[in-house]
Write a protein that binds this ligand. Structure first.
Ligand SMILES: Nc1ncnc2c1ncn2[C@@H]1O[C@H](COP(=O)(O)OP(=O)(O)OP(=O)(O)O)[C@@H](O)[C@H]1O
Length: 243
C-alpha cells in the first residue's frame, strides 16, 4: 500500500527527517512511537502532502504510484486520509457542509454516521470552533467514516479522550481498519502514532517503529517495544538490533 524510500524532509530550512524507509503492506496496521519532537507528525504530514514539508531526497509510493510531488487533494482522492493531532478550527465552515462537500453521501447517511459517534448535534456548528478535545477527535473520526480512505493515518488518537470515549473511538478505529476481516481480505491499511499504546487494545497492529531524532531506529512487535520503553526509556531503542 505504502512504500517510503530514503526520505529526507526539511521544515523551515531544518532537516527534520533523515533516511526514512518504511513499507506498509495491504491490510497492515503499523504503529509509530518515539519521543516528543522526534518527527512522527512530520512524517504523517509529509505523506499527506502538506505545504511546508519539503522532500529533499527520496520518494513516497502509494499503491505503486509515486506521490512525492502530488498535491494534497490528489492524494486524498487516491484514498489517503488522516486524523490530526491538533486539527485547526475553521470559523464559517459548518461540519455538515464539509462532510457533504467531501463525499457523495446524502444528508440522511451523513446524519446516521454522525449519530454513530454522538456528533449529530455538531453538524451545524463551525468545524472545531469551541469543540472539546474529545469532540474534536470524534469529529475527526466522523470525517474518516464519511471519506472511507484506503490508507488511514492517525496522529495520537487517544490524546484528550476520556475513557468512555476511548472505547467508542477504539471501536471506530478498529472498524475503519477492518480488524474483524482476515488480513488477506482487508482493503485498508493504517499508520498510528501513539505515546500511551491504549489504541493497541483495539487494533490489530502488525509492526511497531520507533523514531528518534528524525530517523526510524527500531522495528518490532509494538507491545514489546512499548514494554521496553516503559521500563527503560527510548535510549534502549537506540541499541535495537532490528534495523
Ligand atoms: N512548521 C514547523 N516549523 C518549525 N519547526 C517545525 C515545524 N513542524 C515541525 N517542526 C519541528 O520538527 C520537529 C519534529 O516535530 P514533530 O511534530 O514531527 O514531532 P513529533 O515526534 O510528532 O512530536 P510529539 O510527540 O511531541 O507530537 C520538532 O522539533 C518541531 O519543532
Amino acid at each position: 500500500m505504502l512504500e517510503i524510500r530514503d526520505l529526507h524532509v526539511t521544515v523551515e530550512d531544518r532537516e527534520v527527517l533523515h533516511d526514512i524507509n518504511l513499507t506498509i503492506g495491504d491490510g497492515e496496521t503499523h504503529v509509530l512511537m518515539g519521543p516528543n519532537g522526534s518527527g512522527k507528525s512530520t512524517l504523517l504530514m509529509t505523506i499527506m502532502g502538506f505545504g511546508g514539508y519539503k522532500v529533499t531526497k527520496g520518494s513516497i509510493l502509494f499503491k505503486g504510484t509515486d506521490i512525492t510531488a502530488m498535491p494534497i487533494h490528489e492524494r486524498a482522492g487516491l484514498g489517503i486520509g488522516m486524523l490530526f493531532q491538533r486539527p485547526p478550527a475553521i470559523a464559517g465552515l459548518k461540519l455538515g457542509k464539509l462532510l457533504t462537500a467531501t463525499s457523495e453521501l446524502g444528508d440522511d447517511a451523513i446524519e446516521a454516521l454522525a449519530e454513530s459517534v454522538n456528533m449529530e448535534n455538531f453538524l451545524t456548528r463551525d468545524i472545531n470552533v469551541g469543540f472539546s478535545g474529545g469532540e474534536i477527535k470524534r469529529s475527526e473520526v466522523l470525517q474518516l467514516k464519511v471519506q472511507q480512505p484506503k490508507f488511514i493515518m492517525l496522529d495520537e488518537p487517544e490524546s484528550g479522550v476520556d475513557l468512555e470515549n476511548m472505547v467508542l473511538m477504539g471501536g471506530e478505529v478498529a472498524h475503519l481498519l477492518e480488524k474483524d476481516v482476515h488480513i488477506v481480505n482487508r482493503q485498508r491499511s493504517g499508520l498510528i502514532i501513539t505515546h500511551t499504546g491504549y489504541i493497541l487494545d483495539y487494533v490489530d497492529a502488525d509492526q511497531g517503529h520507533v523514531m528518534i531524532d528524525g530517523q526510524i531506529r527500531c522495528h518490532g512487535n509494538p507491545r514489546e517495544i512499548l514494554k521496553v520503553v516503559k521500563e527503560k526509556g527510548y535510549k534502549e531503542c537506540l541499541a535495537c538490533k532490528q534495523i
